[in-house]
Design a protein around this ligand. Sequence first.
Ligand code: NAP
Length: 684
Amino acid sequence: MQTKLGNLVLDRWVDGDGDGKLLTSAVDGAPIAAISSAGLDFGDILHHARSRGGDNLRRLTFHQRGEMLKALAQYLMEHKKEFYELSTATGATRSDSWVDIDGGISTLFVFSSKGRREMPNDHVYLDGPPERISKNGTFTAQHIFTPKLGAAVHINAFNFPCWGMLEKLAPTLLAGVPAIVKPASSTAYLTELMVRRINASGILPDGALQLICGGVGDLFEHLNCQDTIAFTGSKNTAEFLQQHPKVISESVAFTAETDSLNSSILGPDAVPGTPEFDLYIKEVTREMTSKAGQKCTAIRRVIAPSAIAADVVAALSTALGEIRIGNPASREVDMGALASQGQRDEVRDRVAELSQQADVVYGGSDSFDVVDADADKGAFFMPTLLHCEKPLTSSAVHSVEAFGPVSTVLPYDNIDEAIELSRLGEGSLAGSIVTNDDAVARELVLGTAAYHGRMVVINRHCAAESTGHGSPLPHLIHGGPGRAGGGEEMGGIRGVLHYMQRTAVQGSPETLTAIGHRWIRGADENDPGVHPFRKTFEQLNIGDTLTTDTREVTLADIQHFAEFTGDTFYAHTDEEAAAKNPFFDGRVAHGYLIVSFAAGLFVDPDFGPVLANYGVDELRFAQPVNYGDSLRVRLACKQKTLRAGTGYGEVRWDAEVTNQDDDVVAQYDVLTMVATDEQWASVQ
Ligand code: NAP
């Protein structure tokens, strides 16, 4: 009897009803498993995610969720061999699988580390500084982000069964939101295997991850305003789902990553014989053939100067001629199969449509050599290059996506034309420009950026380290306007915030400090009883404040600082010249002298729990300090971030330096590392 893929629902593996639909290998058509989600209660699945999964995840801080992602990534790394083995059945070569499997796992690592570095060890994320909205500062405002109290429904495309899941899962879990994953049917077996391993690891809390293999039944009927849908697939499906009555009536957040006719522009300077010309040919060839061209970011439109379009066609044809097609498990093969026979038929139809307006100049044949595989059984497709003589007046080349190893060369006569051609794609995920002329690069980027989610400019100087046209990175946003769906994913912490709600909270500084765990000017200044530098991380309270004695700044101090540091800028050394400066009446103290004197005023010199000062943030000099002025510092404990397992935490202090008239002359955050109780006890 045929194996059926499991559905992970309510923390149990459940088979769908009936025989299900048979999934077969892309390489030889052999049956792999059947898929069915019939009989599942989709309302229960959503309820379980929201209640069990959401509750469990929200109990953790951002840092604990980050640790969880890291543990998961490490666990999956240990099991990646079996993912690679099964991945071959999707038609993927080893390097295609590397993008999918290692690329997906590394996305978990990146979100883990970004979450722990850039988010607080807390449950609320503060969006920027407080907004001053009252005259006296007793009523203020702070934007905050908290996790949505719903589920994230992830509907994924077939081409990246692992990465497609993990790139959505990482920011979702970091946000504290449970996920319901629905992989594309044709390659769901690989996603299912990975989810089985994730589930077996026990790393994620109950309810955090559920998997539906097959259709989503009436799931959409149960959505509410706290849920999020992140969709990757075709524009038609996205439009259909976006118009679901529940999505509309409940304003369900909907992110779509859809079709994209990405372009790559070759600069006019990059003629044959230049490194850029060779880089371009390499990049287009790689984009056409990696993952057999089934990449949403692949180059579909090759925009090249008319004068050398023939050279581009010739060089690409030669490079494509060297690509060995066949069994992706074979080391001799450069390009595997499309994901299914159906997909091959689909690509064939799209090429036929494209060839109404463009000539096939390479490939396009059903008869080609296939290494170590049966061409009739596997979903193999020959790389196919087209050339469109009049691209400005041909619509198909800008709107028909052949989701396989297919691209069209579009010649341009001048930069404006290149820009126009790129824009005719009506919104793309990724665009690239290959030029060694930075003025051209700027003109092209400014002319086309509004139509792109990501752009890469490649030249001889960055090529060796370039991540290439088609690689979405967890640090950078993935998504694009128009045809690309109008969505945005990843982009570091930006991607996490898509699963959270931003709320403007107004109240007194004291109240907002209590809510956000970040001290706001105007909130209570607590007398800690002892110098705050004598306190350990745990003993310190947000709002603990030190107000120092005063120190006069003398002319001798300014002269000494100038000579000692070598900063003899005229404003500190030349009375007459300084007075001509519109900001000063005469010689003024160096800004860094003010900061140095401030440190001299506020530090406690003896050995203590404060381990180090690792920087200052937001330093501003509000007004000049003249000799004879007297400085005082108010230092308040602003924010604490425990670095679990290290023996210390980061403490951010709000420093305000005032003069004898109580005017603020400098403001900044002092960043320190402070020992925990345990660490401090161990070194005394
Ligand atoms: P698709 O047919 O739109 O399928 C995408 C996903 O939607 C699959 O999981 C599919 O499940 C699901 N789906 C289809 N109908 C649905 C419905 N009525 N309700 C709920 N889910 C539904 O796309 P595809 O042809 O498989 O994928 C290729 C397309 O995806 C290409 O056009 C490509 O450009 C695009 N793509 C975009 C990106 C990106 O990041 N922008 C990435 C990869 C692919 P089933 O498989 O079970 O039908």
